[in-house]
Design a binder for this molecule. Structure first.
Ligand code: M7G
Length: 329
């Protein structure tokens, strides 16, 4: 798919509001929370403590350090090439020759800085849980029966051993990321908010990644879902796909729509990703297709209350230790 994406704009024509579809090179202008453009230098004070993990193939690195004496994690990722930038790339870059042999030559290309951006995420203050989440470590597949959920996982979640949901509440209350909302259905039972996941820089649809966060406040995860939630799930499925088609011209059969179990954040949310993009966490050990979830609930209203579920946990994850203490791993 071309790097050009489609942006909807509201325009007044003949005194009436109409939807106009406009092609734009870049989806968002990525202006910071305070309306600041991209000239902040907050990372100049970052002191590196250790590299938590480094993925050469994905060109992504997770670094632990401190920012103004607070623990912080910085995630840096080289972004994909965009077809629209190629002409400028070739005309405005310089080449340094590495070697030449017959018809073969290799170079180091120095691109103009704006074509060579690095997507950077800063988590500050970062908790021990964040450090564990981003540290490369061994994982084990855990088997969670209905009883395990009730006696191990649920008490663990209720003791608030998990990540804070403040960022989710900020989105639902429109205190953050308001300008990023792609679609909202405000219904308190079947409604949700659809917006770009912070893993996606919105530069190209090839790695499209959005999340739908549900309005009901009492659904922690897949385990809480019963047949009563089918209208909510179907609503997200239909309206989420329609909104993505309209905004990004990506049809439903090009989308991978799924839930994680275990999630990191225990407020129900659904992942919408480009099928052609292998997102971290889309493997069969963690991802449950929304279409399968709906069908399973249609055939058995309490399917997810009863089923044994399997998922990977890292050795440093406190939930893993809790399963271990219970003699379940
Ligand atoms: P998850 O299944 O709970 O866990 O997904 P995972 O992070 O292990 O995949 C939560 C999703 O929310 C992830 O895809 C995150 O990248 C995304 N996410 C996390 N935070 C803190 C934010 C945020 O502040 N804003 C947005 N837009 N997305 C976030």
């Amino acid at each position: 798919m071309a790097d050009i994406v489609v942006k909807r704009e509201l325009e007044s024509e003949d005194g009436e509001l109409s939807l106009k579809v406009k092609k734009r090179k870049v989806i968002s202008d990525n202006v910071g929370e305070e309306g600041e453009p991209e000239c902040q230098k907050i990372l100049s004070g970052f002191k590196t403590s250790s590299v938590l993990s480094d993925y050469t193939r994905e060109k992504r690195i997770f670094i632990h350090g401190t920012l103004a004496d607070q623990d912080a994690v910085v995630i840096m990722e080289k972004t994909p090439f965009r077809e629209d930038d190629l002409a400028e790339f070739f005309s405005n870059s310089t080449l340094k020759l590495d070697m030449k042999n017959d018809i073969y030559s290799t170079y180091k290309l120095r691109a103009p800085p704006h074509l060579n951006e690095i997507k950077t995420t800063v988590v500050c203050p970062a908790t021990e849980k964040h450090l564990n989440k981003y540290k490369r470590q061994e994982s084990f597949l855990v088997e969670e029966t209905k009883t395990d959920y009730e006696s191990i996982t649920l008490p663990f979640i209720e003791k608030q051993n998990t990540f804070s949901l403040q960022w989710v509440y900020n989105i639902l209350q429109k205190k953050a990321e308001v300008e990023r909302i792609v679609y909202e259905d405000p219904d308190s039972d079947t409604g949700f908010m659809l917006l770009p996941d912070f893993k996606w820089d919105q530069k190209q649809v090839d790695d499209l990644y959005l999340i739908a966060i549900v309005h009901p406040m009492n659904i922690k995860s897949l385990r809480d879902l019963t047949a009563e939630h089918i209208p909510l799930l179907k609503n997200i499925w239909q309206k989420g796909q329609a909104a993505i088609l309209e905004r990004y011209s990506l049809p439903a059969n090009k989308l991978r729509v799924y839930l994680h179990y275990q999630p990191s954040y225990y407020h129900l949310h659904i992942h919408f990703t480009n099928l052609g993009y292998d997102t971290p966490g889309c493997g069969v050990d963690r991802a449950h297709l929304l279409s399968d979830v709906i069908q399973n609930l249609q055939s058995d209203p309490d399917y997810y209350k009863k089923r044994t579920l399997y998922f990977p946990l890292r050795v440093d994850d406190k939930l893993f230790s809790t399963f271990k203490e219970a003699g379940r791993v």
